[in-house]
Design a protein around this ligand. Structure first.
Ligand code: ATP
Ligand code: MG
Length: 447
């Protein structure tokens, strides 16, 4: 068993430890054939090549890795010569994608220390000390200490079937600890996204963030403002679409990191309205559940949900101006989205869907005549319906709207007509513009 054997290797001298085949239980059948082939071919060409990163970590934890990374002493150009399907990608951090059918194996060249003579052109830092480029190559040991956490710096050689550990990662796996390699502050400064990664792995693996790794995070959460919005968008997807979104949100808020991803949402949640917290939480519970059931989740749904509390607050404020709910939503959405784009970029194709999910919230209550049929044909109907159910779940009173739509979808034509008839005198009423706006915010989409 992993636990027993790792004790043997828990020596604090910082030297390389070798975990032999009979001392770990990596199930060979769980390793991607494509990754094994890549390693085999690199080794055949006289290069060192190992499985590394999350793949090894998850194999040792008896999990099923979602992807496999390979580390090698071959340069990206050399890797490209070996594999016809290889493509060099990334500028900041060059990696090679080797494609085998539908699978892509990420191959990275061992990174080295930045003080090497020729490193100037291959490495650069921003004014804030953030590493902008890291293409200085080195050996396996320098590669290990440039990785983020000890549990992510284990190397597996499928040929000898040994695991190599240069940073104490095996012992930390055993203790279920996320420990950053090197001086925490320096490493967060070099790449503030590591703070998000610490939280992501803690939530995903159910590990504790080791004390010195944990200590600087709250004080330096603001380093995240040095990261381009496009990279933060990628991180948001990893944080909230991996099946552990609920735990991740709690940790992100606890470490004061969430406000750098969704500042408006954080501000709103801080006010402590039960509906807002409940809504966001329910949305994430729902997302986690869908991922576990292998159902599709779209970033648009997550963004629509994350920004909803803010949208509602803005719409409430705008209602005082006596404008229609549609107009209020339009204006509020505009402001919120442009603010959000300054923090995490959202590709246009998702933004369109976010807006559609929101505007359908105003249309779902209007079901009379042919409207319900038309709505059901809308490409975002399903997402909007799920979203509306979440609102109800979070405590919003929508006058039985969820139940009505659930029934409407499950009955035949006659049943549908009956349901529409049951609305007589209900949904048709036009809102009276001169009426004083209702103070109860939770009913507004129901007018
Ligand atoms: P996941 O299960 O999410 O794929 P992972 O650990 O494989 O987790 P990746 O983002 O795929 O994470 O990165 C692969 C490996 O590259 C990591 O395990 C780590 O060793 C290294 N790495 C990734 N990002 C960083 C970073 N920002 N700083 C240092 N090392 C990193
Ligand atoms: Mg990975």
């Amino acid at each position: 068993m992993l636990k027993r054997l790792l004790k043997l290797f828990d020596s604090p001298d910082g030297k390389k430890r070798v975990i032999k085949e009979n001392q770990h239980q990596i199930p060979r059948q769980d390793i991607s054939q494509a990754a094994l082939k890549v390693i085999h071919q690199l080794q055949n060409a006289n290069h060192a090549a190992y499985l590394v990163g999350g793949g090894v970590r998850d194999l040792l934890l008896d999990g099923h890795p979602k992807d496999f990374d390979v580390a090698t002493d071959a340069t990206p150009e050399q890797v490209r010569e070996i594999f016809r399907s290889a493509r060099i990608i990334g500028k900041r951090f060059k990696i090679v994608h080797v494609r085998f059918g539908r699978e892509i194996i990420e191959v990275t060249t061992f990174r080295g220390h930045h003080n090497d003579a020729d490193s100037d052109t291959q490495a650069s830092q921003s004014d804030h000390g953030v590493i902008l480029r890291d293409n200085v190559y080195g050996d396996i040991e320098s590669d290990a200490i440039r990785r983020d956490f000890t549990v992510n710096a284990l190397y597996y050689d499928p040929n000898t079937r040994e695991v190599l550990d240069f940073t104490g990662g095996a012992a930390d796996l055993d203790k279920r600890l996320i420990r950053i390699i090197g001086d925490p502050e320096t490493r967060y400064k070099e790449d503030p996204v590591r703070m998000l990664r610490a939280v992501r792995f803690a939530a995903k693996l159910g590990f504790r963030i080791e004390t010195t790794t944990d200590a600087p995070i709250r004080a330096h959460a603001d380093y995240l403002s040095h990261i381009p919005p496009a990279r933060l968008f990628e991180e948001v997807l990893k944080l909230f679409m991996a099946g552990y979104a609920t735990a991740t949100l709690n940790l992100l808020r606890d470490y004061h990191l969430f406000g750098y991803l969704f500042p408006g949402t954080e501000q709103q949640l801080e006010k402590g309205a039960e509906y807002d917290i409940e809504f966001v939480t329910q949305a994430l519970i729902n997302t986690d559940k869908r991922i576990r059931q292998n159902k599709r989740v779209t970033p648009a749904f997550i963004y629509a949900a994350m920004l909803w509390p803010q949208l509602q607050a803005e719409m409430r404020a705008l209602k005082e101006h006596n404008i229609s709910p549609q107009e209020a939503m339009q204006r509020a959405a505009q402001g919120i989205i442009s603010q959000q784009l300054g923090h995490t970029a959202i590709p246009k194709r998702f933004l369109i869907v976010v807006r559609e999910i929101w505007s359908l919230q105003l249309r779902l209550p209007r079901r009379d005549g042919r409207r319900a049929y038309v709505l059901m044909e809308h490409p975002r109907f399903r997402a909007a319906y799920d979203f509306m159910l979440l609102r109800e779940q979070a405590g919003e009173k929508l006058d039985g709207l969820g139940l009505w739509w659930t029934r409407f979808q499950s009955v035949d034509k006659e049943g549908k007509e009956k349901l529409i008839a049951s609305l007589k005198g209900k949904g048709k009423k036009r809102p009276n513009r001169n009426r004083r706006p209702r103070k109860n915010p939770t009913n507004k989409a129901d007018s």
